[in-house]
Design a protein around this ligand. Sequence first.
Ligand code: PLP
Length: 421
Amino acid sequence: MQHPFQATLAYATELDQKDTLNKFRNEFHFPQHQGKEVIYFCGNSLGLQPKNVAKAFETELNTWKEIAVGGYFNGPNPWLYFQEYLKPALSRLVGAKEKEVSAMNALTVNLHLLMLSFYKPTANRFKIIMEAGAFPSDQYAVETLVRHFGLNPDEAIIEIHPLDGAKTLTTQQITDTIKATGNELAMVLFGGINYYTGQFFDIASITKATHDVGAIAGFDLAHVTGNIPLELHDWNVDFAAWCSYKYLNAGPGATGGYFIHETHLDNPSINRLAGWWGNDESSRFKMEKGFIPKKDASSWNISTAQVFNMTALKASLEVIDKAGIKALREKSIALTNYLAFLLQQLSNINFEIITPSEPAQRGAQLSLYFKERGKEIHAKMIESGIIVDYREPGVIRVAPAPLYCGFADVYRFYEILKSNF
Ligand SMILES: *Cc1c(COP(=O)(O)O)cnc(C)c1O
């Protein structure tokens, strides 16, 4: 899709007026800077607060206040089933059956739990492939997972680095590495989008290559869920996990989500580290010996639903669902293309956009690499009412989330960079 973009506020404002999702901006609270709404391009780190969240918390607080333990079975949203309320919207976001998704804990915890279920190293098959420069938490998780099995991370973990001179990976080099590792490969654990470069990986091709050598394909979708529509079921992804505070706008510490492909749900050879919340409901309160897993991905649930960590998620998913992930993605492509177009007009500051230029290989985020002065420029952006973040070495990440950011925000961002730097 080629846009005859123009670098004027009038043009950006016109795009906002034509945008059917523009009204969703009013459903969010914006922080203020000198009496004006900030330009919030940090939804890849912490999404803004949806206005319906306060009411949702009030509802649960009242249930607790008024009926206390009765809240598990009564009240507007009986707590016993709180994960269940999230499944329809989560399944639409990631392209899954409802029984393939659930929510619990937080992202890295869930990665550990899912990897413990799916990573079964043997003397010959024990290697794990991941992208070099993965999010540190994922690196620590994989490193300590292999140590847990008495293996040496240097031997067990293969990291794929960009080819000479490149900043990002090609699908070909990823699938070639998988093929070359062959029957020594136990598992691939890849980010869906790399947090630093903003590159969106070809999940379907990586999964297929992984299955072709008989290994398990797992993904960290922290930067994808709520950003790009997925088809995890059809792509035959084995497992995935994501957090809910980035593009899902469910607030700090919100409960994470996860996916387990249908084919694994009643496979007795896949062990869950279980707790009572994953046990079949009809026998859960008999308090008897012998774990009987539920028939769906909720069988990985361990503990009582973290109701207050799920309350904002439930409310925010309602907003996302109203907008629809396909419509959000369509707007997001235009918004980020407009951002890239405007950035190319700048000649007063020196940076390189390291995120792939092809929209199919990126989500909302563009990563601007500053060889020098990155930190200083970031500080100046913050002073100017622009909320973006800085990641070592030298990258300012700029992510206009389509649910609450508009074309005029992108234009104002450009104008500030053009005139103040
Ligand atoms: C944000 C992010 C995390 C954070 O994990 P938590 O356990 O929620 O703190 C992990 N991995 C990736 C790829 C992320 O982008």
